[in-house]
Every structure is written in C-alpha cells, then in structure tokens.
Design a protein around this ligand. Structure first.
Ligand code: F6P
Length: 543
C-alpha cells in the first residue's frame, strides 16, 4: 500500500474508534442541516447517506483516500480502454456500449464503435423480427415464448432487467433457464408449445457446461417434436465465440456477438440484452442505454464529493475497511427489482471477492463484502429481526421509487414508502430499555413483568443505512441504477487495490466438477479421493 493510503486508513480507523459509540441520531440533533449535508441528487435520483455514522472528518478523510489512490486517473484509464484487467490483459469497456456520442472509438487501432453499432443493429433486427412475427418458428407461427439459456452474467442481467421493466413488455413471454439441474429446464418447458418457442443460447465463451447442457437438451426438445430440420428456426445465439455457435449449429444470421472487453457480469448492455430487447423493443432498450450513459458522464465529470458512485463506494469502504462490517444488505422496496440483489451480488462479489492485490501480494485489509438481499416488505417478515436485534451490524441499502409505474393498485405505494422509511428510522433510533419498560407498563404489565420482558424489546439502534430514492422505475432509471452499482464496485476495487474484472475464483470448482464426473457416473474409481467426497459419491450414486 502507498504510504499516504496507509496513513489515511489508519486515521480513519482511529477516528472510528473515537466515534463508534456516538449515536448516529445525535448527529441529527447536533446539526439541523445533516440531511442536506449528507445527501446528494443527480438526475432525479437521491442518495441519502445521512443515516450512516459519517461525520465531516470521516467524509473528508474518505475523499482524501479516493485522491490518494488516484481514483480519477484510474477511472479515466478504464473509460479510455487501457488494459486494466491485467491478469487477462483486457480492456474494460462496457461503458463504450452506452456511449451516446457514437464517434469512432479506437482500441488497438480498431474502431470498436463501428462494431458496436453493427452488432446492436443486428440485435434489434432479431428482436423486432421476433416481436413482429417476421421471424417465426419452423411451422410459420410467431413465437409466443422465448427461453434464454445462460448462467451468471448471461442470465442475471437480462432476467433482472426483464422483470424490472415488466410494464414495458410488448413482446412474447420471456423465460430464463440457468441451472444445470434438469428441473429448471423441464419445469420451464411444461406447457410450452415447441412450434412457438424460441431458445436463445447466451454464453460469452460458449463453453459453460450448464448452458451447453441445457442447449443440447433444448435442441432435443425441438428435434423430437418438430424434427431435426426445425432446429435452425428455433435457436439464436449470443456469444463472443461466433465459431463455436456456428458449430452448434446456429444459423449465422441468428448469431449476434460481443467482445472480450465486455465482462460477463457487465454484459447486459451488449447483445446479451437480446431477451430484454425482445421484451421491451428497441426504443425502450435505447432509453435503458441512455440512463446508463448519463450516469457514466456524471461519474466522469462530477467532483468527487458530488459524485454518486464515488460516494456510494466511499460509504462501502467506510463500512467494510474501517468499521469492519462483513456484509451489506440491499433491500429494494420495489417488487420489480426483486432480482436486483442477486444481480448486484454477482456484480460485486465476483468483482471484489479477491484476496490478492493487483501485484499478486496478499491483501492486509478486507476486500469486498458479502452482498445479499431481498425485496421489502417481504424481507421485514423474514430477516429484519436480525438486522434490528442481531449481534452483527449490517449496513442496509434501501431502494425506493417516489411513484409507482402503472401500478394497478396505486394506494399501496404510500404503505410501501412508509414501511421503507420506518425500517431505516428504526435502525437509526432504536428503543432503549427504559422506553421499552415504560411502554409495557402503559399497556398494563406489572413493573416486574415489564422489567423481565423489556430487554427482549430493546432495539440498540445506531445501525447505519443508506437510501437511494428515484422518481420511478423506468428503462432510463434502471440503466442509471445498474451503472451506479457498477461504478461503485469500481471505486471500491480501486481503494482495495484489486483487479475487479477477473474471476479466477470460479475456476477450481469447474475443474473439479469435470474431473469428478466420471466417478459420479461410475466409470472410474479412485482410491485417492478424500474420504468425504468418496463417501458422498457412494451415497449419491447408489440409486
Ligand atoms: O461463473 C463464472 C462465469 O464465467 C461468469 O463470470 C459468467 O458470467 C458466467 O460464468 C457465464 O459465462 P458464459 O457467459 O461464458 O457462459
């Protein structure tokens, strides 16, 4: 670590030790302007971090920390197309996919903007063909159902965004099959008519075993019902490995590509967005790109202390590196964002779940936190008990829209907002033992009974949260939200000093699954397998 970075982290840690028992609620009593001082607006989006323990000193040290790691220079290097993914020698240019200024963009002397424009035109042509019925099944019927076969970044982005933008759906029904568990495909296919079903094989590498296995089974589903000659009409592919898709075989005019400078978990903006484009159409997909593009411009131009992704990243750093909180919960009070926590989980944990620095040396400070969550209000009736009274402090990030979008039951929205605010308020203020006791006595309990019950009804409070509020969830807003979280991951990675764009940690399990398969199938026996794995194989294959 650079000396300046170490110094700042030490200063932040010392400051935290000095203030950690100070109730956050007291900061509001001491400063009537705290909300405006510790919240920021951009393009109809509000980031309120006043319910965290940050004070002026911590805030200013965090901004110094961002400067000490040359955050702005690192950001510019990413947008410029430098090979910042050093372990794979790749540029990281998902941002080029939503550049609204479509002037030539040269990477290694090649204009990638021309490629982007051509491939997007192909994706939109395929999407519009399916939507209009011009592209049909082998019997000439328009497609009523589209099944995306992909996993990780080739599933979570399109699945999340398709659910989020349900009110804009004007195309056929969308389904997403990711798991190699045959139940996922089999259950999805129940009730689907092969004549009107289209499969999209979505895989950056076109080698991922789950997706390839599902694609082969889907192929059989079509072949057995409609004949081999029908296969070509019922498959499309999205990949960087055009040759492998052609070998499947998928017809060349049904394959749309992307490039190695788009990471899987950053690929929703590329042809991986084909299912979303089929669902909402090209015009709304462009708005989705606009939202992300505008957030990119903000990230590149706003001063650090006004910059939403920078601030969200610094709050994350404060909670993880300084306060040592191991996890953070992401709770959208927006049912259509039900898959957003799972999406951000891959984005964040596959990017920042690293144990070594860029130079390969072991980190001496924590890196990415565990990210998890479910929509509110459901989560209130599931795990909020632990958030309020558990022994760990878990910072919460609430997402909430001011207005519902075409909700059938608009009056529900007031209740949704009230619940969201009630949770962050309860986490903040808590309830003391005296208050709990007085409340019980007021309800008619004896002093002794109130004394015995009160500790169970205490809320320590002083539990930090952040609220991200926006006008309404529409394609533009969704694009901005995703880009906000993408750049937040980048900001945190820059401070952790890690490469956010590789994912070697997924490799070992994949290799071992391949080598264990012959033992599971019973084709091989290996006395050197460890006792647990050998015992489990014996139990699981004794069928
Ligand atoms: O799980 C690892 C991973 O490589 C992810 O990064 C990626 O999103 C997913 O697998 C799917 O990969 P592909 O698109 O190549 O099938």
């Amino acid at each position: 670590m650079t000396t300046r970075k170490t110094e700042l982290i030490d200063q932040l840690a010392a400051h935290w030790q000095a203030i950690k028992t100070r109730p956050i609620k007291d900061l509001f009593t001491a400063d009537a302007t705290r909300f405006s001082a510790f919240s920021r607006h951009h393009n109809g989006m509000l980031l309120d971090f006043s319910k965290s323990a940050l004070d002026d000193k911590a805030f200013s040290l965090l901004l110094d920390l961002a400067r000490a790691v040359d955050l702005e220079a690192k950001r510019d290097a990413m947008f410029r197309g430098d090979r910042i993914n050093t372990t794979e020698q790749r540029a990281v240019l998902h941002t080029a996919l939503r550049l609204r200024d479509q002037r030539p963009f040269h990477l290694d002397g090649h204009d990638i903007m021309a490629d982007i424009i051509a491939e997007r035109a192909k994706m939109f042509a395929l999407a519009e063909g399916v939507r209009s019925g011009k592209i049909s099944g082998s019997s000439g019927f328009a497609f009523t159902d589209v099944v995306n076969l992909g996993i990780g970044g080739s599933d979570l982005g399109p699945a999340m965004a398709t659910a989020a933008l349900a009110p804009w759906h004007t195309g056929p029904r969308l389904h997403f099959v990711s798991n190699v568990d045959g139940a996922h495909l089999a259950d999805t296919l129940i009730g689907l008519n092969p004549e009107t079903t289209l499969f999209i094989i979505a895989s950056k590498t076109f080698t991922t075993i789950e997706t390839m296995t599902n694609a082969q089974s889907a192929r059989r589903f079509i072949a057995e019902r409609l004949g081999d000659q029908a296969i070509a009409d019922h498959f499309m592919a999205v990949t960087t490995a055009l040759d492998k898709a052609a070998e499947f075989p998928v017809r060349a005019d049904r394959i749309t590509g992307f490039w190695d400078w788009v990471g899987g978990r950053y690929s929703i903006w590329s042809s991986i967005g084909l299912p979303l484009a089929i669902a909402i159409g090209a015009e709304h997909f462009e708005k989705f790109l606009d939202g992300a593009g505008a957030l990119d411009e903000h990230f590149q131009s706003a001063p650090l202390d006004q910059n939403l992704p920078v601030l969200l990243g610094l709050i994350g750093i404060w909670h993880r590196m300084i306060c040592d909180y191991p996890t953070r919960a992401l709770i959208p009070y927006d049912q259509r964002l039900a898959r957003f926590p799972a999406y951000v989980q891959q984005l964040d944990m596959e990017s920042n779940g690293k144990r070594v620095a860029l130079d390969g040396s072991a980190l001496d400070k924590p890196s990415g936190p565990i990210v998890w969550g479910e929509p509110g209000t459901n989560s209130q009736h599931a795990f909020f008990q632990l958030l309020h009274q558990g022994t760990d402090i878990i910072p919460v990030e609430f997402l909430i829209a001011a207005k519902p979008e075409r909700a059938a039951l608009e009056e529900h929205h007031d209740l949704l907002i009230a619940n969201c605010l009630a949770q962050s308020e309860a986490l903040l203020i808590g309830r003391s033992e005296e208050e709990a006791k007085a409340q019980l006595v007021a309800r008619g309990l004896s002093a002794d009974a109130a004394q015995a019950l009160a500790p169970h009804r205490v809320f320590t409070g002083n539990r930090p949260s952040v609220t991200i509020a926006y006008e309404k969830l529409d394609p533009t807003q969704l694009g901005a939200l995703i880009a906000l979280y993408e750049h937040r991951v980048f900001v945190e990675a820059s401070i952790f000093g890690i490469n956010a764009f590789d994912q070697w940690g997924v490799e070992l399990g994949k290799e071992l699954a391949t080598s264990l398969l012959p033992f599971v199938k019973g084709d091989k026996k290996d006395p050197s397998l460890n006792g647990s794995t050998a015992g489990l194989i014996s139990f699981l294959t004794n069928r």
